[in-house]
Design a protein around this ligand. Structure first.
Ligand code: ZN
Length: 116
């Protein structure tokens, strides 16, 4: 596994994600509810809600990327959080923030479905 390549990918995506957060927060502050027309207000509230949802997702992604970056610097990257085995390189190539090997991820998702 080429860790330098992964580190570059993490850094690139993190920079991009943080810029998107900035951009979305700016949109949010510019779209303050001002109109007295109730239909406009409903549209604006809907728009606010969507922007907040996007910001929430971007923040979660930035956090996952920061954790992956920290793990890389601690030489703790690429190991499953649950069983400690190596995470399959193909999984990490697909998503650099993967924290579980395929079998633990499957178990985790099955549990989430069971207890939902
Ligand atoms: Zn595992």
């Amino acid at each position: 596994m080429d860790l330098n390549h992964i580190e570059a990918r993490i850094q690139e995506e993190l920079t991009h994600t943080l810029a998107s957060i900035d951009n979305t927060c700016r949109q949010l502050s510019q779209s303050a509810v001002q109109s007295s027309d109730c239909c406009d207000t409903a549209d604006q509230l809907q728009h606010h809600y969507q922007l907040n949802t996007i910001i929430g997702r971007l923040n979660a992604r930035a956090k996952a990327l920061s954790i992956a970056k920290a793990k890389l610097s601690l030489d703790d990257y690429g190991y499953c959080q649950a069983c400690g085995d190596d995470i399959e390189p193909a999984r990490l190539a697909f998503d650099v923030t993967c924290t579980h090997c395929i079998s633990c991820q499957t178990k985790k998702e099955m549990n989430q479905h069971l207890y939902r």
